[in-house]
Ligand binder design. Structure first.
Ligand code: PMP
Length: 393
């Protein structure tokens, strides 16, 4: 049977990692794969996670199944992080999923179940998995204009003009904060404007928030999402603990459905559980158990918040010093890096320029021009600035 299959396409980011590992040059820099790194170039287990891990090890007495919705304390904690102080808090239901990836797919399946003719509008460009996941669920995908490749900022007018055409059969997928790949976020006024459009024209907002805490801080990063949740009847959210808890391989995330009543939200939750049952049945427990232990303990929570704000500060500082270093080379062409949020920035470099970065400077970045700021070490800021200016001339 399988002889009929054609070969799978290689994942461009994974092949980049392999090439990086094999590169012998001492000055090499990996700005490709999307994981947070500290100043030593490591992705360590967070202190709060280590402490929670000890707690869970000592208190866990069984590995029996938890339940289709996963850890309900975790689910509640995710709603606390994202929806506290909104009217939506009391008309929302959450399901633990294998990462935000699992949440994206479960929510896509739910939308297909409710309305198979749904079109999901995603930003141009968007997270590489958005389109394939939505399409795998049977949904149609369209792009709305987002990133202005000249200013490296959001093209607000074009975005709002396109979204003004979305209607009741449409879903608009937004990044909660720290847009992947561009780093260009919509402003709070844009959240308000899109909320008004959703209410006028009947489309449903779908917010994917995978980097809460990496932009301006935990609360600030959810401000737009909260406003929208507060002012719309129906909305869905995919959230991830991969980055802000450093739990990548533990596959920890949640799908949240907000409806006009708790009863409706619970009904949707029940249907997600049916969908989960026919795929992976239950999410893995460990990561969610750790997050629940952290977020229900004041001391652990404080440790986590502190570590997260240090990670955020590192990104903000790297962005500022890289921009300064480029300016010191006589160029203002990369000033946008300081305005972008989170780990990523789309630099506007062409595939040829990205290839020059790799060949001449041992700097590895994705072919679409995205760089991961967290991959940078403080002592290599000047080196990267010099390389960026050289290849862009
Ligand atoms: N959404 C976005 C925007 C992402 O960047 C990512 C991860 N890179 C995900 C979802 C998936 O995250 P997870 O590891 O939690 O599945």
């Amino acid at each position: 049977m399988f002889k009929q299959l054609t070969e799978a396409q290689l994942d461009p980011i994974l092949s980049l990692s392999i090439a990086y590992r094999e590169d012998k040059r001492a000055e090499k820099l990996d700005l490709g794969i999307g994981v947070y790194r500290n100043s030593q170039g490591e992705t360590p287990i967070m202190q709060a996670v280590q402490l929670a891990q000890q707690q869970v090890m000592e208190s866990q007495r069984t590995k029996a199944y938890v339940g289709l919705a996963g850890n309900e304390i975790f689910n509640q904690s995710m709603m606390d992080l994202l929806l506290t102080d909104t009217s939506a808090y009391h008309r929302a239901a959450a399901v633990q999923t294998p990462g935000a990836s699992g949440a994206l797919r479960m929510l896509a399946d739910l939308m297909y179940l409710a309305q198979p003719e749904t079109t999901v509008w995603i930003s141009d460009p968007s997270y590489v998995n958005h389109k394939p996941v939505m399409e795998a669920a049977g949904l149609k995908v369209k792009y709305y204009p987002y990133f202005d490749r000249v200013t490296k900022q959001v093209n607000r007018e074009a975005m709002l003009a396109a979204l003004a055409k979305a209607g009741p059969k449409d879903v608009v997928l937004l990044h909660g904060c720290c847009h992947n790949p561009t780093g260009a976020d919509i402003a709070f006024e844009d959240w308000q404007a899109i909320t008004t459009l959703a209410n006028q024209n009947g489309f449903m907002p779908f917010v994917d928030i995978a980097y809460q805490g990496f932009g301006d801080g935990l609360a600030q990063d959810a401000a737009g999402l909260k406003y929208m949740a507060d002012h719309t009847e129906e909305m869905v959210v995919a959230t991830s603990c991969s980055k802000n808890f450093g739990l990548y391989r533990e596959r920890t995330g949640a799908a949240i459905v907000i409806s006009d009543s708790l009863k409706e939200a619970q009904k949707a939750k029940g249907r997600i559980l049916n969908l989960a049952r026919s795929t992976y049945t239950m999410p893995p427990d460990h990561g969610a158990a750790l997050v629940a232990a952290i977020l229900t303990d004041d001391a652990l929570s404080a440790t986590w918040r502190d570590e997260l704000s240090q990670m955020q500060a590192r990104l903000v500082n790297l962005r500022a010093s890289l921009t300064q270093a480029v300016r010191a080379q006589g160029s203002e062409a990369f000033d946008f890096i300081d305005q972008h949020k989170g780990m990523f920035s789309v630099t506007g470099l062409s595939p040829e320029q990205i290839a020059r970065l790799r060949d001449e400077f041992a700097i590895y970045a994705v072919g679409d021009g995205r760089i991961n700021i967290a991959g940078l070490r403080e002592q290599q800021v000047d080196y990267l600035a010099h390389a960026l200016v050289t290849v862009s001339q």
